[in-house]
Design a protein around this ligand. Structure first.
Ligand SMILES: O=C(CO)COP(=O)(O)O
Length: 258
């Protein structure tokens, strides 16, 4: 790719992402609550309070994101600050006659700081991702776009979301970690995404269960992990969050010394 094209793409990314936080260098621990029974009511809130406590302890070391069900955004965002509350999906509509849809403005009003988009369990069209990322940036909301393959991740990265996550659907919820079973998915994603977007943080997800799984993702070059069942189905979610946070912090520190 020509240098002129690359530098104009870079200027474009900078203009699109300046409304959002600087994630550079700080590993991300993103927890997707999905619609697990523990995601709602008191249990969902308890997990968020634990994450908030850890986010305060690990301030400047780990960035915590909680992608919670739409019904829980108000409750959880009222009790968190350092752990950022995201929605799990947004629709490409403005407030108006759209029964059952989730406009970005409504998510923001409820207290969300961003939204997950295009999860394998809730896919949307590329053109809709483009619209939502653009509008979210204007509204000061972050976007974490999920992709199922390295090429899909690169396609999403060109839209300049706040972050990208690659998650092979066949490993989601299996407890078989992408970082060990399919490390090439992470390394190819990094390689392809960096060809079109030099800065966007890249998370790895699917089957990430232990601190070691998370550390391996960092070793492979990921900027963080997106996890669900390991935390939401844990007997002790607090211990699991701590295990993941400690491992991410250690792996990131080791990496920065290399
Ligand atoms: O889909 C995921 C996160 O968005 C990954 O799910 P698991 O962590 O349960 O494999």
């Amino acid at each position: 790719m020509g240098t002129v094209l690359l530098s104009s793409l870079h200027a474009y990314y900078t203009s699109r992402t300046e409304a959002t936080r600087d994630y550079k260098g700080i590993p991300v621990l993103a927890v997707n609550y999905k619609a697990y029974p523990t995601a709602f009511g008191e249990t969902g809130l308890a997990i968020a309070l634990t994450a908030e406590k850890l986010a305060e302890e690990y301030d400047g070391i780990i960035r915590f994101i909680l992608a919670v069900p739409a019904t829980e955004i108000v409750r959880i965002s009222e009790s968190t600050d350092k752990a950022l509350v995201y929605a799990q999906h947004a629709d490409p509509v403005e407030p108006g006659a759209h029964t059952g849809y989730l406009p970005l403005e409504a998510l923001k009003e409820a207290g969300a700081k961003g939204t997950l988009l295009n999860h394998s369990e809730h896919r949307i069209r590329l053109s809709d991702i483009d619209t939502i990322v653009r509008r979210a940036t204007q509204l000061g909301l972050e976007t974490l776009v999920c992709a199922d393959t390295p090429t899909a991740a690169a396609a999403a990265a060109i839209l300049s979301p706040t972050m990208i996550a690659v998650e092979p659907p066949e490993l989601i919820g299996t407890g078989v970690p992408v970082s060990k079973a399919k490390p090439e998915v992470i390394t190819s994603t990094i390689q392809l995404v960096r060809m079109v977007n030099p800065d966007v943080p890249i998370l790895a997800g699917a089957g990430i269960t232990t601190g070691e799984d998370a550390a391996t993702a960092i070793k492979l070059g990921a900027n963080g992990v997106l996890v669900a069942s390991a935390v939401m189905k844990a007997k002790d979610p607090e211990a699991k969050l701590l295990e993941l946070a400690e491992a991410l912090a250690k792996a990131a520190e080791k990496k920065s010394q290399q």
